[in-house]
Design a protein around this ligand. Sequence first.
Ligand code: NAD
Length: 479
Amino acid sequence: MFKNFIGGEWLDGPKVSRNINPSDTRDVIGEYAQADVAQTQAAIAAAHAAFPAWSLSTPQQRFDILDAAGTEILIRRNELGELLAREEGKTLPEAIGEVARAGYIFKFFAGEALRPGGESLPSVRPGVGVEITREALGVIGLITPWNFPIAIPAWKIAPALAYGCCVVFKPAELVPGSAWALAEILSRSGLPGGVFNLVMGRGSEVGATLLNDPRVSGISFTGSVPTGQKVAAACVGRMAKFQLEMGGKNPMIVLDDAELSVAVNCAVNSGFFSTGQRCTASSRLIVTEGIHDRFVAAMVGRMKALKVDDARKQGTDIGPVVDQSQLGQDQEYVGIAKAEGATLAFGGEHVERNPEGQPGFYMRPALITDTTPAMRINREEVFGPVVSVLRAKNYEEALQLANDTPFGLASGIATTSLKHATHFKRHAQAGMVMVNLPTAGVDYHVPFGGRKGSSYGPREQGRYAAEFFTTVKTAYTQA
Ligand code: NAD
């Protein structure tokens, strides 16, 4: 049994939950403790007690701990990648890549612990000096989704610790394995007891307790829009700081002058890899008239060759969907699109078993054409390997369609026109813009986040992470 980590100790929970492999539902990865309200409150109390000392720990102490954690994650990337692929269903190379990203994030924030910054400037009054410094916010509740089981926890935990905050981490119910492995590494890293706590369990119980406890100064949340709205309402109600990273309906424009192979590579990568289960996935392809038919034909050609199979098998391009409920949602949206008059150009079938006969949540990637902007498939996030195509007359119409969405996370364009690429970078209503690159797949040392319904509050990652995890103090001194 894998236990919760509270106040520096491993503790059983009142309940347990089974972690199942979506590539083979007969394979039980392990049984993981499930915290209840009381155990979550104990973790909050431990973090609260640890905060005064940890917030004053030296940059060297924080650097050493984060750097050591990053080193261990990188050394163990293959083994941790196996576990991640087994519990979440992304392919082994993708999973190993995600683990490596987590390792580099710890190393990046180890460095940031040494560079807290600050300003010293003269006052407008004679003889007075002004200092502007950043101080740790307090105890932070971290609530994460299932689709990046180690990278998203890493990009919240590492800055929280680097800037002197204490952490109560609640991972998604479907992927406790990677969260537990990360907690186990941190449990041996030299962190004082209570600085980092792991509480696995349900959102409505563990998550809601974090939202409502006055000892938790901030909530960093990544997940769906409806849950994000609950987080916001609870935090505003008690004046806690919060940041939200939520869904997307990310467009990728393909212009007539695009290099076809570049456009297809970008669309296949960010539409279908990681089973389309990325908040930055290109789920709407907006294609101009002159290239539309060639592009769709080339996409279908590529999709026919994609292997949907066990996430850990060599040669698999697309692993399974994460669970039965997500699979049901993906299938439902293919049906909705067809019922609304769109064409299923390729794929979309649920495949019950892989070639070895393993029962899993397999689904062939789906390409849906002849869609209109008002169709639900173009307005709502599916979060699976389902991509729609919209036809546009020209660049101007394509840009208008790209921005015609309640979301604003990532936006991409495939073009060889410097003029259109430059215009698009300025006018795309999104937090991240990609030119001739997949909308999914970003660097770990620069800010990540979106606009409109996709995000709320300060950006995550890179130096910009300091904005959420610290609070600014302005001190005046009369000499
Ligand atoms: P989800 O909203 O169902 O769950 C996210 C987390 O919130 C989980 O840990 C869950 O247990 C918890 N939770 C649920 N109810 C809660 C409550 N009442 N109070 C507190 N916590 C609660 O999302 P998911 O299905 O795990 O993840 C998929 C979603 O995440 C998609 O919408 C995707 O776009 C989004 N996502 C966004 C980003 C980004 O950075 N923008 C990255 C990855 C995923």
